[in-house]
Design a protein around this ligand. Structure first.
Ligand code: ADP
Ligand code: MG
Length: 553
């Protein structure tokens, strides 16, 4: 019996009945009794050999069965019917007998009979017994339907739970990955901070020591001091690079409206020598295909994003030593623009896929730096985007990037947030390029726009009233000193603040200008830490009225 028809089986008013008796008169009588009572589905046969077939065709609820019949006895028929019913199904069989011995009765009961009717039939009794058994079967059918619904419900719930569990596991995996990278970021910025402070002390005091030598050009210690400064600066550059991957995004980021498709085309162009010519030189063929759908603009830093794309394309080329195909695809999603970079290369084993974003993780030995994907990750994060990696060893890799669409309102927000930071345009003057660089690095980290000059003369050439919000100059310089420079600047633009960086011990803790520092707004001791520099700048920025602000590019 098919499942759906079962649903309301038990709600039918009358059961389907099958009468099996070799005596036509009996069959007729039974049918008449039932028909008169309203029964509308009554099958019958006088040939027991037909019973099984008829049973299968009509699916009766109740069978009225004679015991003594030619060809097949009622016992045989019962056995056949039992093989046609589901195990556990309740099929009432009423045995019709003229007179029955206790043994036969027992045998009939153990063969599957449910009840007995004695011939000749008593009308009321026939109806009563049939009806009682129908009621029982109805309850049975109801139970079956209920159980089936329950099983279905449990099945559905189990599927839901399994689904939820799978999603939970996925989310958990994702969260753990994000947490790991976040931890790397925190570690990187902590290390950078501490290292920068240590390095700035090394740099600052090396410079002071150098200046205190009577003859810095010929003194035998001078080259050593310069080597120390260079090494410290290299160290600073290195940690700053690390920090850049995880530089927090947001307010200080310059945001432009970017057409991602154009960017993809550019990246494809920039990388062409690598995937086209170089590949051909190794006599392998790498094809780069773009599938660029119309997408809305995103906002961000084009140079950074281009570099991220370039990195991903380079990785794809590296992953295809025997050639293959790179596909760059863009497509609009609900709130994002989705960018896919796929290759048909070697793919990554799970362990590599899990770790590939870590800085310094590489499988390329000497040829790799392990910084490419860390940088890509940092860039995408800073753009408020998400990156997923799908990779299968032997089949290839897809980097799936989602970047939020540019919203007109996000610009308004960026502007109001930028107001709190107040990026300034700053001229940094120092004849030691290393120190210029470190001060500039500090300033740029706070999103100031920095111009450097390596002498007072160069500074004056660059200076124009209104072009800079602030000048930071070294004290002792070859040629024009910092004090001279300050005076010349104040002549041109009295409102432009000038900071003097000096390594002289007596001024180190004294940040207030003294009489001999005319034209200097603040004196800053060397080595300057980023925090002190920031504090000094905050001091002048809060006196907004005194600062003639230049427009920041
Ligand atoms: P590098 O390229 O210097 O090794 P990356 O950070 O760019 O550093 O990549 C880290 C590692 O991730 C690679 O060494 C490589 O094992 C794996 N990887 C990155 N991109 C792919 C790619 N498209 N296919 C297969 N493996 C890749
Ligand atoms: Mg790489």
């Amino acid at each position: 019996m098919e499942q759906t028809s079962l649903t309301n089986e038990h709600e039918r008013q009358f059961p389907r009945v099958l009468v099996i008796d070799d005596e036509p008169a009996n069959v007729l009588l039974a049918k008449r009794i039932l028909t008169k009572a309203g029964y509308d589905s009554i099958g019958s046969t006088t040939d027991p050999r037909e019973a099984a077939k008829l049973f299968a065709e009509t699916g009766p609820d109740i069978v009225l069965l004679d015991l003594q019949m030619p060809h097949l006895s009622g016992f045989d028929v019962m056995e056949q019917l039992r093989s046609l019913t589901e195990p556990g199904e309740f099929l009432p069989i009423i045995v019709l007998t003229a007179d029955i011995t206790p043994q036969t009765k027992l045998r009939a009961l153990s063969g599957g009979a449910t009840d007995f009717l004695t011939k000749p039939f008593d009308h009321a009794e026939v109806l009563q017994r049939v009806q009682n058994l129908w009621r029982t079967r109805q309850l049975h059918l109801e139970l079956v339907a209920y159980r089936r619904d329950l099983e279905q419900l449990v099945g559905e719930r189990t599927a839901d739970l399994r689904d939820a569990l799978r999603k939970l596991e996925e989310t958990q995996k994702h969260v753990i990955e994000q947490e790991r990278l976040h931890a790397f970021g925190t570690m990187a910025s902590g290390v950078t901070h501490d290292f920068n402070n240590a390095l700035s002390v090394i740099l600052g005091f090396s410079e002071i020591a150098l200046q205190e030598l009577d003859d810095p050009d010929t003194h035998p210690v001078a080259p050593h001091l310069r080597t120390i400064m260079t090494a410290a600066l290299d160290g600073a550059a290195m940690v700053n690079r690390l920090r850049d991957f995880y530089r927090p995004g947001g307010r200080e980021e310059p945001r432009a409206v970017i057409d991602l498709n154009a960017l993809v085309e550019q990246a494809a162009g920039i990388t062409k020598p690598k995937w086209s010519s170089q590949a051909r030189a190794k006599s392998i063929e790498i094809e780069l295909r773009t599938k660029l759908n119309k997408v809305p603009p995103i906002s961000g830093d084009a140079a950074e994003l281009r570099e991220a794309l370039t990195n991903l394309i380079f990785n794809a080329v590296d992953a295809m030593p025997d050639g293959g195909e790179i596909t760059l695809r863009t497509v609009e999603e609900l709130a994002d623009v989705r960018l896919e970079i796929s290759d048909t290369g070697t793919g990554m084993p799970e362990e590599v896929r899990r770790r590939c974003l870590e800085p310094f993780f590489t499988t390329k030995g000497e040829l790799g730096t392990g910084l490419g994907l860390a940088m890509v990750y940092g860039t995408i994060e800073r753009h408020g985007g998400k990156m997923e990696i799908e990779s299968e060893p032997g089949r290839g890799t897809t980097f799936l990037i989602r970047l939020p669409k540019h919203l007109a309102t996000s610009q308004v927000k960026a502007q109001s947030e930028a107001h709190a930071v107040q990026p300034l345009s700053i001229l940094v003057v120092d004849d030691q390029p290393v120190l210029c660089e470190i001060v500039a690095a500090y300033l740029m980290k706070d999103s100031h726009v920095v111009e450097v000059a390596q002498s007072g003369e160069e500074a004056l050439a660059k200076f124009e009233p209104g072009a800079f919000d602030l000048v930071i100059t070294d004290h002792v310089m070859a040629g024009m000193s910092g004090l001279e420079l300050a005076a010349r600047i104040k002549e041109q633009s009295p409102l432009t603040p000038v900071f003097l960086l000096t390594g002289y011990a007596d001024t180190q803790s004294d940040t207030a200008p003294t009489a001999e520092h005319e034209g200097i707004d603040q004196v800053l001791g060397k080595p300057i830490s980023q925090i002190d520099l920031r504090k000094a700048i905050t001091r002048i920025s809060s006196d907004e009225g005194e600062v003639a602000r230049a427009p920041v590019a």
